[in-house]
Design a protein. Sequence first.
Length: 212
Amino acid sequence: MASNPDFPGSESTGPPAMYKDLVLLQLAALIILVDQFTKFLTRELLSYGESFPRYGFFRITHAQNTGSAFGLFPDQNTALILVAFLGITILALLYRNLRPTTNLLRLSLGLQMGGAAGNLLDRLLQGHVTDFVDIGPWPVFNAADSSIVTGLVILFVLHGIPWERFGRRMPGLPAQVEQYQSTWCPVCDGDMLTVMGGWRCSTCGVKERIEK
């Protein structure tokens, strides 16, 4: 990471904000692609209700789900379409407002956005979600479901655990980055970095000093 000579002790935390947004969207797009491709293969290679292998703890089973993840709330496709749109909107707002924006946060929200969009495409195009991962007694699920759950777990680890009470930094937070007292830059909403005598925005360069 390169230091800025105008602000001794400061370091760049990564690419510009717009590029960071594109990274998250590219991750979400990759999740959608993997999810839709695996569902397509399931529909093409297996009849509805068919499993491969026929018996075993782990199988690929062609199932159709009109409910939410893991078969919850069946026959609620229309309501769940609205919930999916709402969920994607909330995730976009979280990305804007949860600071500092670490790579782990991008990973979490990208996984959730991609998973939600993947299942939403199924509901809009087919009226149901294709599931295929069949493990033991667990309800049949798909790649989008796994993506959403993984993203939620990461989000909880980042923001659901009071790391400061344990004297620890939030996972993924670089040592030189501390949360500014107002959590983001008052000018451009960029992340604030600690510098000598105060904080500096990593995006627009606005600097605020600590009065000692």
